[in-house]
Design a protein around this ligand. Structure first.
Ligand SMILES: [Zn+2]
Ligand SMILES: [Zn+2]
Length: 132
């Protein structure tokens, strides 16, 4: 979970949060095989949302077992590897505002909107910093 204050102190404005979360989610899902296949760590997926109750941007990493929602503790180290790889992939992409190689998803139900590539990198930086 990321606190609004961490994000704003990292230079993001609230209007960027949805695009940052959405872009980070797409890129993270794209890189899921990187961590999920290595030792069959059973990640069901990742989703990002502005939490309905608190308005706090939240990223959930959950395991694939029914009822196993929430942050998968045992996968924490892997999550760090995963998020680091996700951030690096977004950063390394040479497009300006996001493309299918980084933050766009052909399966997006929201027509890849909003997406904020630069803000996604900042978001993941904050996540990794706060998590360690
Ligand atoms: Zn790109
Ligand atoms: Zn989407």
């Amino acid at each position: 979970m990321v606190h609004n204050r961490s994000l704003t102190s990292a230079g993001l404005v609230e209007a960027q949060f949805p695009g940052a979360l959405h872009a980070a989610e797409h890129a993270a899902i794209g890189l899921l095989p990187l961590v999920a296949s290595s030792d069959r760590w059973d990640i069901g997926g990742v989703s990002t949302a502005l939490h309905a109750d608190t308005g706090v941007p939240t990223i959930f990493v959950y395991d694939g077992h029914p009822g196993g929602a929430g942050f998968a503790e045992r996968g924490f180290e892997k999550a760090k590897v995963w998020l680091t790889a996700t951030r690096d992939a977004i950063k390394a992409c040479e497009c300006d505002t996001g493309c299918p190689s980084c933050v766009q998803s052909p399966k997006c139900g929201n027509k890849n909107n909003p997406l904020d590539k630069d803000a996604a990198v900042t978001l993941i930086d904050v996540l990794l910093r706060d998590a360690s």
